[in-house]
Design a binder for this molecule. Structure first.
Ligand code: MG
Length: 286
């Protein structure tokens, strides 16, 4: 059984070559910067600390994310953000998908990330069928009709031995949408599709989406590549994404108490599975 230990931000900066920060629940809440977060970023900028914001976001551009941070008082340059939208590029390169006809169900920014990856965008129902579907954001679609159309397409193409590749940049199942209000993330719709496809065709790797963001490995591999070191620590608020993903990637993990996780003492982790248990608990960014 793993028991986490309390730590403080100065110890982490001294012990690790690079720090990875989740955004929501660590640096910001839905409205503002969290206490001490702006001061910490200023301090890391001034002291030349190597840090990155590692976030599952794929629905806005990096430039507009920088502006949103700036509006909350943060000076976080674009090169310090690793988001799941920018992982689409690596996915297309690794799978030799340059100029592949691709359907993006998502925002303008998600389409731009996919175009930047070399894809050629096609629409659902057009003459040319997609070889790849990138499912990014949960609105604004008529999801029932869209999913049924995608299911029919994928099912038929699987039968023809030409399966359509399904890509999920942001694996968040739900997201906060105001106090006590939640929206379904793209992962919820992928989950429906995967279940339906398995029911129709049985378990098959070609019918499972490639998932790029936390807790899956591509985003951690990219963060380590960008950092230039694996002596890294991931600071996050969600056991199921930040902590599980870091643990699986052999990156030390730190849970904060300002977001979804509210456990603040080591005792409270006794019932938590090892793979979800952080190495450290950080109760303040100050
Ligand atoms: Mg978070």
């Amino acid at each position: 059984m793993t028991i986490p230990v309390q730590t403080d931000i100065t110890s982490l900066i001294e012990r690790y070559d690079t720090l990875f920060f989740d955004s929501f629940g660590v640096l910001v809440d839905g409205v503002d910067a969290l206490p001490g977060a702006v001061e910490l970023v200023n301090r890391m900028n001034a002291d030349g600390v190597n840090y990155f914001v590692v976030t599952n976001d794929a629905s806005v551009s990096l430039e507009s994310r920088v502006k949103t941070f700036a509006s909350k008082g943060f000076d976080i340059p674009v090169e310090r953000i690793v988001n799941s939208g920018s992982l689409i590029c690596g996915y297309f390169a690794e799978n030799n998908l340059h100029s592949a006809p691709t359907l993006v169900l998502g925002t303008r920014a998600a389409k731009d990330y996919t175009i930047a990856a070399g894809a050629r965008l096609v629409e659902l129902g057009a003459d040319e069928e997609p070889d790849v579907i990138v499912l990014d954001h949960s609105d604004p679609h008529d999801w029932k009709t869209t999913l049924e159309d995608v299911l029919a397409l994928m099912s038929r193409r699987f039968h023809q031995d030409k399966p359509v590749k399904l890509v999920l940049p942001n694996p968040d199942f739900i997201y906060p949408n105001g106090p006590g209000v939640f929206g379904f993330g793209a992962a919820a719709f992928i989950n429906l599709l995967e279940q339906a496809l398995e029911r129709l065709h049985g378990p098959h790797l070609a019918l499972v989406a490639s998932k790029l963001g936390k807790p899956y490995s591509p985003i951690f591999l990219e963060a380590v590549r960008r950092a230039g070191t694996d002596n890294a620590v991931m600071i996050g608020d969600q056991l199921e994404t930040d902590i599980l993903g870091a643990n699986n990637a052999d990156i030390d993990s730190v849970v904060v108490t300002t977001g979804i996780n509210r456990r603040s003492s080591p005792d409270e982790f006794k019932d938590v599975a090892d793979e979800l248990t952080p190495r450290y608990i950080l109760t303040s960014l100050v």
